[in-house]
Structure formats: structure tokens, C-alpha cells
Design a protein around this ligand. Structure first.
Ligand SMILES: O=C(O)c1cc(=O)[nH]c(=O)n1[C@@H]1O[C@H](COP(=O)(O)O)[C@@H](O)[C@H]1O
Length: 275
């Protein structure tokens, strides 16, 4: 999917919501556990109930890898289901990869070619030749960790270099890499006060913003400086939406939570369009 298609979906749905499919068998409704593939069944019902409110889904691969082959099969079934039934939706493999060049190429093939995700999250720590193999894929997007939502995110990302903080150097340097137009950046919703500075360095790129909901990030605070003229934000909530209910009506509860965020987003987009 290209960026224009993503922007057009945001405009049509009046939403920039990304739903995180972080499936934990200990948290899903118990009646699903007798299904042959409880993880996929859970995802399918969540997706069917929320696809009109969300523009992206983000399975975090940890929640699938933890269940071995069965988990990986459920991940494959989930991405195939989204691509076949809701091809307009932007998909994110949250895998936080990055390695020496030839290894990164294989990671990129796994997520972009074999599984056919639109994007993958990547760590910048190993530098240009660990990220450029991902950027080489046409119409695929590499979402680079810039300033993460967790408390320890500042341990290294906030370190002062000779020039500025490390996360700012990551943003500036990444812009010089080949095919940098295929980049998006992760900035945590819990770091709303940093968005003004970040938008000065990357005014046009999309930012994936996790941390709304369970981690306490605030949508309005993020949007104050995070929005750009194309919206430029994908706001993720995982637990806050998918575990809103845990009985037979869980998908409807998830829909209600997604609807609340979508309504807030619609108002924010409307206000922005009024100047
Ligand atoms: O890359 C991510 O998506 C990510 C980056 C970050 O800085 N913080 C963060 O929470 N995430 C992921 O976003 C999701 C947040 O989930 P909830 O806190 O349940 O909404 C999880 O899958 C995290 O791994």
C-alpha cells in the first residue's frame, strides 16, 4: 500500500486508529479456548467488529512467537484474512527487527514478501546498512523506533550527544538513508511533550504512536503537535481495545472502545481542517 492510499483511507473513515492485535491466551474469553485456533478466532471477531473504525492493524509478533508454530500459523491466517477481506487496511508487523545487511534482507522478505505486511517495525541501533535493506522494498514501509513509550526509552534514546539527544540524531540520520521516503517513525504517546521538536525534524513522515490506553498516553496531547497536513499519525491501542470485554460480547466491547477513539479522532480532524 502506498502513502496516498493510507491518507485516503484516513479521510474516508475519519480515523487514524491502529488496533494492536496482541493476543494473550490467558486474557481472551475462555469460550474461545475450545476453538481449533483460538488466536485466529479472537482476531477474526475483533477485525470484523472494528475494521470500519480503524485504518491499521498491528499484531506484535511476540504474542504469536510465544506459542511456537501454532502462533506463527495464527499470525499468517490473520494477515491473510485482513489482506483478503479488508485490503484497504494498512498492516504493521511489530517485530522490531534489524541486523547485518544480508540478515535484514531476510527479515524484510519474511514480513514483506512471505507474509505480505505493508510495514514492519525496525530498531535503528545497528545503523544504515541494517535498515536500508528494508527500505529497498517498493510500497512497503519501515517504521523506525525513534522515541519509545516505555520508561526506559530515555535510558539511551534521551542521551545527549555532541549535537542533540540520540533520538533526534536517529531521526536526522535516517532521513539521509537511501529510500528514506519509505520511513515512518515510532514515537510513544507517553512522550507528548517531545512531539513539537520531533515534527521540526520530520514534518512530513507518518508517526506510529503506541501508548494510548493501557500505558496512559493522551490522544489530544499527541495531536497538538503531532498532526500534519496529511494527518501523519497512526495512534495504536492494543489492550485498551481488544480486552475491553472478556465474555461472548468481547468483540462488541472492543468495537465500543474503538468507536470512542474514532469519534475523538473525527473531531480532531474536523478541527484541523477548519484551520
Ligand atoms: O513499536 C511499537 O509498536 C511499540 C513501541 C513503543 O514505544 N511502545 C509500545 O508499546 N509499542 C508496542 O505497542 C503496543 C502497545 O500496547 P498497549 O499498551 O496494550 O496499547 C505493544 O505491542 C507494544 O509492544
Amino acid at each position: 500500500m502506498n502513502k496516498l492510499e493510507l491518507i485516503s483511507q484516513i479521510q474516508q473513515k475519519k480515523s487514524f486508529l491502529c488496533i494492536g492485535l496482541d493476543v494473550d491466551l490467558a486474557k481472551i474469553p475462555t469460550h474461545l479456548l475450545s476453538e481449533s485456533d483460538p488466536i485466529f478466532e479472537f482476531n477474526k471477531q475483533i477485525i470484523d467488529a472494528t475494521h470500519h473504525l480503524a485504518v491499521a492493524y498491528k499484531p506484535n509478533t511476540a504474542f504469536y512467537e510465544a506459542y511456537g508454530i501454532k502462533g506463527w500459523v495464527a499470525l499468517e491466517k490473520t494477515i491473510n484474512y485482513i489482506n483478503e477481506k479488508y485490503p484497504e487496511i494498512f498492516t504493521i508487523a511489530d517485530a522490531k527487527r534489524g541486523d547485518i545487511g544480508n540478515t535484514s534482507t531476510m527479515y524484510a522478505k519474511a514480513f514483506f514478501e512471505d507474509l505480505n505486511f505493508d510495514s514492519v517495525t525496525v530498531a535503528p541501533y545497528m545503523g544504515s546498512d541494517s535498515v536500508e535493506p528494508f527500505l529497498a522494498f517498493n510500497n512497503k514501509h519501515t517504521i523506525l523506533l525513534a522515541l519509545t513509550s516505555n520508561k526506559g526509552g530515555l535510558d539511551f534514546q534521551g542521551l545527549k550527544t555532541d549535537n542533540s539527544e540520540l533520538y533526534k540524531e536517529v531521526l536526522k540520520t535516517a532521513l539521509t538513508w537511501k529510500n528514506s521516503e519509505n520511513l515512518m517513525f515510532v514515537v510513544g504517546a507517553t512522550k507528548a511533550e517531545y512531539f513539537k521538536d520531533i515534527r521540526q525534524i520530520v514534518p512530513n513522515h507518518f508517526l506510529l504512536v503506541p501508548g494510548v490506553g493501557a500505558q496512559g498516553g493522551n490522544l489530544q496531547d499527541v495531536c497538538k503537535y503531532g498532526l500534519n497536513n496529511n494527518c501523519g499519525l497512526l495512534i495504536n491501542s492494543s489492550r485498551g481495545i481488544i480486552y475491553a470485554g472478556n465474555d461472548k460480547g468481547f468483540a462488541l466491547k472492543a468495537k465500543d472502545e474503538a468507536f470512542k477513539l474514532q469519534q475523538e479522532m473525527e473531531q480532531i480532524l474536523h478541527k484541523k481542517s477548519q484551520g
